[in-house]
Design a protein around this ligand. Structure first.
Ligand SMILES: [Zn+2]
Length: 208
């Protein structure tokens, strides 16, 4: 083993100890998530773990193409959100990649469906967890406690939509049914929102 590979090995070990994931595991989680949605891996993936203002988000740029999407992540920020392993990271990346899939859609709701885009991404986090038997309890609990804002819904709605997605994913798995297509899951999301609109609408009205 040469000096540089020893250095890389130590770096990975430290990172694994601190945040629960090596660089390769992050890359694998991103790849499997893109496979789940049937979309290409982002053209640029930026690890901003050591960047003070680094966040975890997707920069879709031109909404009509996947081929300019930039994914940024910060494991330090995610750790504060209860994410400290491969499953938790995969769940977060599922949320971010759902934003990629729906980057060119207008959703119902105030501010071009600002909250709805987040709830849809959370819903898909739940769907995947249900289909692939991922235990996302820590991240779900953490999100449930987040306050609402102009950009993100109240935690209780996030928890609700993750839960509904999980139920649908699990229903397909348990009954040996083929999973829905992404578009069919999207329709389920829209129908659920429509049937549970009043509470959400009232909460949105206090923000917008
Ligand atoms: Zn989001």
């Amino acid at each position: 083993m040469g000096i540089s590979s020893i250095r890389q090995y130590c770096k990975n070990l430290l990172r694994k100890n601190k945040y629960g994931l090596t660089e390769d595991e992050c890359a694998a989680a991103i790849q499997t998530t893109c496979n789940f949605f049937g979309i290409p891996v982002p053209v640029l993936i930026r690890d901003l773990t050591n960047d003070k203002s680094g966040q975890t988000l997707i920069r879709p740029k031109n909404p009509n193409t996947y081929y300019d999407d930039v994914l940024e992540y910060n494991l330090k920020e995610l750790k504060a959100l209860g994410v400290s392993d491969y499953i938790g990271f995969s769940a977060i990346i599922t949320h971010e990649c759902a934003h990629r899939v729906f980057q060119n859609r207008t959703l119902p709701g105030p501010d071009s469906g600002r909250w709805e885009h987040e709830l849809l991404a959370d819903f898909f986090m739940g769907v995947r967890a249900g289909l692939q038997q991922m235990d996302i309890t820590p991240i779900r609990n953490a999100l449930a406690c987040t306050p609402g804002s102009g950009t993100h819904p109240l935690g209780r709605f996030r928890d609700e939509y993750i839960g509904y997605g999980h139920l649908e994913g699990r229903r397909h798995l348990m009954n040996n049914l083929l999973p829905n297509t992404i578009e069919e899951y999207f329709q389920l999301f829209l129908a659920y929102r429509k049937n549970h609109l009043q509470d959400l609408h009232e909460a949105e009205m206090t923000i917008y």
